[in-house]
Design a protein around this ligand. Structure first.
Ligand code: SF4
Length: 451
């Protein structure tokens, strides 16, 4: 059960020294209770306090990390049922499946597509995270060879090793070295051996349940053997069953604190449908409803892009607006005679405006002013997009050296600011742009420098 700030404070040394970067122990305790900092950030906390508080404040869905360095994959850490309750923490991992039954060309194609399909959106790189390697022939030699091929083919992929044989998993895990994989395939029969292997490799073990009850039994056995990091497959291989199991597992973990299901789930849309479109639809449902990892049969741009977008939208923090960095964005190769357009840094505004400009093919300098993620009118009303701030931005951001003219196109909604801006920027001609981004292309095509 979660501890309150006061309960945590009682276990702290109460030195009020500030070495945790927070001025007082009480403030620190409140932040620990809110899950904003770790108890271990206090250098004077006793081991007993760290263990007690750490356990009590751990998220109901355990955080699992695999891989190494910058490419470490993280799943779980979830604390709520609904995104609007707080936020979802770690986005669903997207994996592509390769097997020892696939031809070399098939495997290489999947690895190449895994590496290739990356997209930038709102300044965020969207890409797949893991490659699942299946020992389909139950053969150690071909399984380890395929594992090596994947490691060589993708330097960043986190690895899921899938086999019915613990010995084969051990051999392939050895090949992975520091890129610790998820070891998938724990059942009631091999749970002891799998627990031992997970302990040796210091990595997460995947429960291969035949149904939800069986999954719980395997999970309990692995926990009793001392394992802490699991991912759980309830064995569901229909959309309805996978959806239901994911919801039941999340609810049991979050609301009833039921530990055997308090782990990220691994789901297999690749085994639910042979139709790529249906597989993507299944994946989209499972991303929305609590899958920790989805394993796809392949990665194709037309199907993976919408999944990336859906995932990004679900896993953004609803309490924090998405922003783009304050900067000058050169769109379609502008030069010293190109128009200069300014708007706010609310990411949706940026993408709509930049999309219209790029569509117009008119080379343009787009100035993005930091408005803390607020849209144009909201930012203006909040005093974050006023004439003085815009003038400061224009004078320091380097646009003066990039263009010969001095025309600044402002959003149509800020027409009332024209006079103020002319006072703040006496060398500039302030031009009121359209209210709607959709009218920008025609506006820019007509624009000519005023002097
Ligand atoms: S470092 Fe520890 S003792 Fe010092 S203020 Fe923070 S919580 Fe209190």
């Amino acid at each position: 059960m979660a501890l309150t700030g006061i309960q945590i404070l009682k276990m702290l040394p109460k030195k009020n020294c500030g070495e945790c970067s927070i001025p007082t122990c009480l403030a620190f305790a409140m932040k620990v209770a809110a899950g904003q900092v770790e108890i271990a950030d206090c250098p004077y906390a006793t081991e007993e306090a760290i263990a007690t508080i750490g356990e009590a404040s751990a998220p109901p869905i355990r955080t699992i990390k695999v891989g190494t360095g910058d490419d470490t994959f993280t799943a779980g850490g979830e604390t709520c049922m609904y995104r609007h309750d707080k936020r979802f923490e770690n986005q669903t991992g997207i994996a592509v499946l390769v097997t020892t039954e696939q031809s070399d060309a098939d495997v290489e194609g999947r690895i190449a597509r895994f590496n290739k399909f990356e997209y930038e959106r709102v300044g965020v790189i969207m890409k797949a995270d893991l490659i699942a390697i299946k020992d389909a022939k139950n053969d150690e030699a071909s399984f380890t060879a395929l594992t090596q091929k994947v490691l060589d083919g993708s330097a960043r992929a986190a690895i899921i090793l899938m086999s019915e044989s613990v010995a084969n998993l051990a051999a392939a895990a050895k090949v992975c070295g520091a890129r610790t994989p998820i070891l998938y395939g724990a059942t009631l029969d091999n749970a002891d051996e799998m627990a031992k292997l997970g302990e040796e490799c210091k990595t997460a073990v995947g429960v291969a349940g035949s149904n939800l009850d069986n999954c719980v039994e395997v999970s309990e056995k692995l926990l009793a053997a001392g394992l802490k990091d699991l991912v759980i497959d309830t064995g569901a291989r229909t959309l309805r069953a996978a959806f239901e199991d994911n919801v039941v597992a999340r609810r049991a973990a979050v609301t009833a604190k039921f530990k055997p299901l308090g782990f990220p789930t691994i789901t297999f849309p690749c085994e639910i449908s042979d139709d790529p479109m249906m597989e993507a639809m299944v994946a989209s449902v499972l991303i929305a409803k609590y899958a920790g990892i989805i394993v796809l049969s392949d990665i194709q741009g037309d199907l993976i892009f919408p999944l990336f977008l859906e995932r990004m939208n679900i896993f953004t923090d609803p309490q924090r607006p998405m922003v783009v960095t304050e900067d000058i964005y050169p769109l379609t190769g502008p030069d010293e005679n190109s128009p200069v357009v300014i708007t706010c840094n609310f990411s949706l505004t940026y993408f709509i405006v930049s999309g219209e400009i790029e569509g117009s093919k008119v080379p343009t300098w787009l100035l993005i002013k930091d408005t803390e993620g607020l849209s144009v009118l909201t930012a203006w009303a909040a005093g974050k997009f006023g004439a003085d701030l815009i003038a400061q931005f224009i004078n320091k951001n380097g646009i003066l050296e990039k263009v010969k003219h001095r025309d600044l196109i402002i959003p149509g909604y800020l027409a009332s600011m024209k006079g103020e801006l002319e006072e703040e920027l006496p060398d500039w001609t302030i031009i009121i742009g359209p209210r709607e981004a959709g009218h920008l292309p025609a506006f820019l095509k007509e624009w000519k420098p005023s002097a």
